[in-house]
Unconditional design. Structure first.
Length: 139
């Protein structure tokens, strides 16, 4: 089950049901089941506070993923800074919703077990993101 929350932001998500279906498809394509996933949309300041308090990192980021997965059932919290996603979309010349979907699926891929610490990890993660973004367009 995917639940959406909004903290310190006026942002409201469109196509909630479509995104839930898409994330279920992503999980099943990777031979996982979708458990309880909370997607918390927030401001830069909110995510900075989370980053400092829980990860001891003193910087802004577009997403923080807390993984509670067990076995083949993925569960966790995805904190997504709408401010950073908006800045990224301007920097990369993408539509805001496309960048938002990329960040959401990035978090789901982390819950599945993909990482982005090495150049090879980043390459694999980006290829997976691109593939699943193309599936979203087909739904």
């Amino acid at each position: 089950m995917v639940s959406y929350y909004f903290e310190d932001t006026d942002f409201r998500l469109k196509a909630k049901t479509r995104i839930k279906y898409w994330l279920k498809l992503v999980a099943e394509s990777e031979v996982y089941r979708l458990g309880n996933v909370s997607v918390i949309f927030c401001s830069d300041n909110y995510i900075l506070d989370i980053n400092q308090r829980f990860l001891q990192h003193d910087y802004f980021t577009d997403i923080i993923t807390f993984d509670y997965s067990e076995g083949d059932r993925i569960s966790g919290d995805l904190f997504i800074s709408v401010d950073s996603v908006r800045e990224n979309s301007l920097e990369y010349g993408t539509e805001f919703e496309d960048e938002l979907h990329r960040v959401i699926v990035h978090g789901i891929l982390h819950l599945i077990g993909y990482d982005d610490h090495t150049e090879e990890d980043v390459r694999v993660m980006r290829a997976k993101e691109n593939y699943y973004l193309s599936l979203y367009d087909l739904i």
